[in-house]
Design a binder for this molecule. Structure first.
Ligand code: AMP
Length: 219
């Protein structure tokens, strides 16, 4: 099963993708995570992406398209994948279509998560992420047991720079201008399902699975 998770920042795409990835043993491909890792390791890719990410802007299309092209060719993607945070522009969606065509594959389903702006702002501004394993917490809704310490691996949690108030607003604007048009794009291809992303993690997950009839044998 080849899936795309679409939605504004803070819609819960990453959380849902992690759960489904585990359940169906297919990789979660988060371009945001790949870019953050590159920044952490100060690689040329990370240095190229840095200024865009800090400002809440999109990293240039050709950079992220190259990352995904390489990643989809890896052997663990043979049985499927979940694209989390890609594509984010029409040019990326077109490039993905070409990529998959050349690999003889196609997208089975695009799940669009909708969450209103107020909830997004509250989710993102309270989000804390583990610097070691990437697990995500929220100061109010799912706090760590010990302040600043990851419950999963004991690593240090931190607030992403782009989760600070002024950058959240920029990211939301960027989403509306550049990514939201993909809802129509995939809807016109008959691949889109919309899920209300505001409930509990379990409710949203169950709604996603029910709506797209996810099955283990989905090819
Ligand atoms: P995310 O963790 O998905 O919210 O991504 C964090 C940041 O990484 C975004 O604000 C962008 O700067 C960059 N990024 C992630 N995915 C993409 C993408 N598909 N296209 C362009 N920039 C991206």
């Amino acid at each position: 099963m080849n899936l795309i998770f679409l939605g504004p920042p803070g819609a819960g795409k990453g959380t849902q993708a992690a759960r489904l990835s585990e359940e169906f043993s297919i990789p979660q491909i988060s371009t945001g995570d790949i870019l953050r890792e590159a920044r952490k390791n100060k690689t040329p890719l990370g240095q190229k992406a840095e200024s865009f990410m800090v400002q809440g802007q999109l990293v240039p299309d050709e950079v992220v398209i190259g990352i995904v092209e390489e990643r989809l060719r890896e052997s663990d993607c043979q049985n499927g994948f979940i694209l989390d945070g890609f594509p984010r522009t029409t040019a990326q969606a077109d490039a993905l279509g070409q990529m998959l065509l050349s690999l003889g594959r196609q997208i089975n389903q695009v799940i669009s998560f909708s969450v209103d702006d107020a909830a997004i702002i509250s989710r993102l501004s309270g989000r804390r992420v583990c610097s070691d394993c990437g697990a995500s917490f929220h100061v109010e809704f799912s706090p760590t047991t010990v302040d600043g310490v990851c419950d999963k691996c004991g690593g240090k949690t931190y607030q992403r720079k782009d989760d600070q108030a002024e950058t959240i607003k920029e990211r939301l604007d960027v989403y509306k201008k550049q990514t939201q048009p993909l809802i129509d794009y995939y809807s016109n291809l008959g691949a889109l399902i919309s899920v209300e992303g505001q409930g509990s993690v379990d409710d949203v997950l169950n709604a996603s699975k029910a709506l797209c009839h996810l099955r283990r044998d989905f090819s």
